[in-house]
Ligand binder design. Sequence first.
Ligand code: NAD
Length: 257
Amino acid sequence: MRLENQVAVITGGAGGIGREAGLLFTSEGARCVLTDVDEEKGAAVVEEIKAAGGDAVFMRADVSKAEDCEAMIRCAEETYGKLTCLFNNAGVMLGDDGDAESTTEDIWDLTMAINVKGVFFGCKYGIPALKRAGGGTIINTASFVAHLGAATPQLAYTSSKGAVLAMTRELAVIHARENIRVNALCPGPLHTKMLMDFLDTEEKKQRRLVHVPMGRFGEAAEMAKAALFLASDDSTYVTGTEFLVDGGITSAYVTPE
Ligand code: NAD
């Protein structure tokens, strides 16, 4: 068991990467608080975990709300006695996100509120709890888009993920001597609801796959395995990193036919 005696909070736990992380972390011995704005799906994931013999609770929390983030950390400490891992994974990619001319202020503000302020709030309340536990790990989900510019614009989303990387680096430096490791997970294009809703035709999907050397979308379960590495004692000398798990997309100039 790679996460024995660990207690994790996983945001965005109702679907995609968060759901897979909940299933994997609990199967490796962690007790988990899964949070999301989607209560129905979140509760279903917890039932799935329990049916597999794992220990988890679900709580509704909107990461853009300070009081919700404070409550989710309190939930971990009250339910399981401590917090040792904070997986700030919730994020949105909004349909109307475009270039500088087309993106509205509302879309910009909402994207930043969830993708950036949500990570800040998780850390604001989570770091004191990690200190009380004697240390732990923080994993912030960024994206490969923080490393590359794309001709298909999503300016607010891309900017938000760049902010997550910058925040991760600084937090890693600040807390390195407090036994708290802070890393970013940078997924490539994934076969999850978020991207499949965005690339909603076969043509759009193929257009994106042209850039991926492996020629396929990643799976949420593959991201959960990378997060497990960052949460576990397999990565005790890893902090401040931008862990790219992207099928090679950020290394590619020209991909094979
Ligand atoms: P997903 O849409 O399946 O999961 C995201 C979850 O976040 C959903 O369950 C959603 O309900 C939840 N959520 C949305 N707003 C929230 C809020 N305000 N508070 C709490 N929860 C909220 O997508 P996913 O692919 O699993 O995304 C997880 C993370 O991975 C996101 O941060 C996303 O930006 C990032 N990411 C995804 C891809 C991809 O291709 N899908 C690529 C790179 C990075």
